[in-house]
Design a protein around this ligand. Structure first.
Ligand SMILES: C[S@@+](CC[C@H](N)C(=O)[O-])C[C@H]1O[C@@H](n2cnc3c(N)ncnc32)[C@H](O)[C@@H]1O
Length: 382
């Protein structure tokens, strides 16, 4: 899977990756991906379609079944399907994971002889037309799953059952604003907090949302509870406590650097701060570190501060510190040894919404005010 994602921007690399992986394995990856992307299909009963991938004279086929639950696939039985969708493998992968393709010529849809029968009897024609219309709904769903579409993140959130939109929170509007530039890139996303709390087979709503939102993204979830039930193409899970810096550093070394890290875990203020310190170094330059649920900065039970001013040990205190660090070259006196922190040198922008913050990673390298400007100057008394 990963070699395909990495090669997807370049047709020649993609062709080599297909040859290395083997067309049969590529077909397996593709139908798993289509199962994720295919919405429930409003078709009467179930529709069966043959799906054929071709590459350099080879072919690999699967039987797709689409119905009101979505799409499933099997290796056998495709020969008897009434409709066949054929795709060039490289072209399809460019559409799924790469910059997209406008070469519709590589896709062919062929209907079986029975549904193309010449001069059918009048009653037979009605039945044929009805069956063709029924199958067309299924074909459209598969063809649509093979292409890029704009997505409504709020819609995905409610569909998969995350509380990030129209429930406890109104976050997805902000995510769309900040994540749009990453959408079609082969991003690595880490989210702390898979959901479902103590239930190993529950959770994964937001991981599925990111999986759909980032069509070429790899999505890793971390939770203190093992989540063997949360699986899928381009989704991985890890077990661990976000308050353990060693574990987070190890995760960053193994799976990073990340384009995006989202903290939606315990929301304990000490954990939020420890996780940021451990994981911010594993965010790629230009990437984002997101902290959800800043309200706990004001809730003493979570290590927050009662009253209107969140203290230095809180998540909001961390953000205020980052604003100070962003200006470390202006400090009087200059930063004491050992100098500005890693975050001071690499947090280059902050956007804070109600309960949600985005920290952008980069190199905070702009010079401070020149020396000829007297930093010791005082305004004359009014
Ligand atoms: C709010 S839920 C996450 C919801 C999910 N991100 C979504 O939007 O669908 C919080 C999750 O954090 C996990 N969690 C709690 N404490 C944690 C810790 N110390 N380290 C890692 N995960 C933790 C919980 O088990 C729970 O599943």
């Amino acid at each position: 899977m990963e070699p395909l994602l990495r090669a997807a921007a370049d047709e020649h690399r993609l062709a080599r990756a297909v040859a290395d992986l083997g067309l049969d394995r590529v077909a397996e990856v593709v139908v798993e991906e289509l199962a994720v992307r295919c919405d429930p299909v409003p078709v009467d009963g179930a529709a069966h379609l043959a799906f054929e991938l071709t590459s350099g004279g080879e072919r690999a086929c699967r039987l797709l079944t689409v119905d009101r639950d979505g799409l499933t696939s099997k290796r056998d039985g495709w020969q008897a399907a009434p409709v066949r969708i054929t795709h060039d493998a490289v072209d399809l992968l460019r559409g799924l994971y790469g910059p997209g393709t406008d070469r519709r010529t590589s896709r062919r849809v062929t209907t079986c002889a029975e549904l193309n029968a010449p001069n059918p009897a009048p009653g037979g024609l009605t039945a044929i037309v009805r069956e063709r219309q029924r199958l067309a709904v299924a074909v459209q769903a598969v063809v649509a799953a093979c292409q890029r579409h704009p997505v409504d993140l709020g819609g995905l959130s409610t569909r998969f059952g995350s509380d990030k939109w129209a429930d406890l929170h109104w976050y997805t509007q902000h995510y769309e604003r900040h994540f749009a530039r990453f959408r079609n890139a082969p991003v690595r996303v880490l989210e702390i907090g898979i959901g479902g709390y103590d239930a190993p087979d529950q959770g994964g709503a937001s991981l599925r949302m990111w999986q759909r939102y980032f069509p070429a993204g790899l999505v890793l979830g971390l939770d203190i509870v093992p989540k063997p039930g949360v699986r899928g193409p381009r989704i991985a899970t890890a077990v661990g406590d976000q308050g353990d810096p060693g574990l987070l550093d190890d995760l960053g070394r193994r799976f990073g650097p990340f384009d995006i890290v989202i903290d939606d875990g315990s929301h304990l203020n000490a954990h939020v701060r420890a996780s940021f310190t451990a994981l911010f170094p594993h965010v790629r330059p230009g990437g984002l570190y997101v902290v959800e649920d800043l309200q706990t900065a004001y809730w003493p039970g979570y290590g927050g501060t009662a009253g209107p001013v969140a203290g230095p040990g809180t998540s909001v205190g961390l953000l205020k510190q980052l604003v100070d660090g962003l200006h470390h070259r202006e400090w009087v006196p200059p930063a004491a040894a050992p100098g500005p922190s890693y975050a001071d040198r690499h947090a280059v922008a902050l956007t804070v919404y109600h309960n949600l913050a985005f920290v952008e990673k980069g190199v905070n390298s702009e010079e401070g005010a020149p020396d000829f400007i007297d930093r010791g100057w005082s305004a004359p008394p009014a």
